[in-house]
Design a protein around this ligand. Structure first.
Ligand code: NAP
Length: 268
């Protein structure tokens, strides 16, 4: 089937996700990299930067200059929360469709982007987790929460991660709480003798964040019942695990005219 070529700018091309995304674009026939936004390397080509794949696209430090010069269809943002939010707003102002993998956006930030996309009638996708297996983990957890009120979420990530809890853990808690009958878990008189021992809470659900070198992105959702425990676990062993979701998001953002938050809303 012939597919229209999609012109893409990647912000954060030297990052771990950025490099995996550049390789995805290089290996996808109907994707073309037309530019990259990096805070260094202005004026160079992607292929001139050590460690980056052989792609001819120019690098800009100023994202507005980049959009005006190369007129992309899609911005793929893989940077940091503050920068990512700013990039997303600028993209929508330029009529460029954002696909955002950057995590750590506040609810207020998301609401603002949602309104901006709706007002402009431009598609946008923000996905805190592009791994299809992680999306299924969230969906299965939501199913299980109908039968198990007691649940704790443990997310484990590499020690370079800036935000905690992970966007995936927060989203899992949100999905669970939408079907779970509220319960304050643990002993009613429970006391922390060391602050933070019971983790963060979302609607009575406890979330725990582990940060260790060597890890990528992992999560366990533990459901406890009388004499039984159900564990739903997902592991991303490398950044390629996210790339089929990135590809789907780039294809889908071209066909929608509002913000979609979470890949679970675009897979069947
Ligand atoms: P990383 O390796 O630290 O890469 C982040 C990149 O952003 C760095 O190259 C950094 O450049 C760049 N950057 C920072 N400020 C910038 C600016 N003003 N303009 C352009 N680039 C800028 O992080 P990562 O592991 O690739 O993760 C990137 C983001 O994706 C994080 O928010 C992470 O949580 C998220 N993530 C999402 C998923 C998902 O499935 N949605 C999966 C994994 C990670 P410098 O080197 O100059 O600092």
């Amino acid at each position: 089937m012939h597919m229209e070529m999609i012109k893409i700018v990647v912000a954060g091309p030297r990052g771990r996700m950025g490099i995996a995304a550049l390789n995805l674009i290089k290996n996808t026939e109907h994707f073309t990299l037309v530019g990259a936004v990096d805070r260094i390397n202005n004026g160079r080509k992607v292929s001139d930067v050590e460690g980056l794949p052989q792609l001819d696209a120019p690098i800009y430090t100023d994202i507005e200059e980049c959009f005006s010069a190369v007129k992309p269809d899609v911005l793929l943002d893989l940077t940091t929360p503050e920068v990512g939010r700013l990039h997303t707003e600028i993209a929508l102002n330029h009529g460029v469709r954002p696909v955002v993998g950057t995590t750590g956006f506040s609810q207020e930030g998301l609401d603002k982007i949602s309104k901006q996309a709706e007002d402009k009638g431009i598609g946008a996708i923000i996905a805190p987790n592009f791994a299809i297996g992680a999306i299924l983990m969230m969906k299965f957890s939501q199913m299980a929460a109908k039968y198990f009120q007691d649940v704790e979420i443990i997310e484990l990530h590499h020690d370079k991660k800036l935000d905690a809890p992970s966007g995936t853990a927060a989203k899992t808690a949100e999905l669970i709480s939408s079907v779970r009958e509220y319960k304050k878990q643990g002993h009613p008189d429970e006391k922390e003798t060391m602050q933070g021992a019971r983790g963060a809470t979302y609607d009575g659900i406890h979330l725990h964040s582990v940060r260790l070198p060597g890890l990528i992105a992992h999560q366990e959702v533990l459901f406890g019942g009388d004499g039984q425990m159900l564990t739903i676990r997902h592991d991303s062993f490398n950044r390629e695990s996210f790339m089929s979701g990135v590809r789907l998001a780039i294809e889908t953002v071209m066909k929608i005219d509002l913000l979609v938050y979470g890949l679970e809303n675009i897979i069947e």
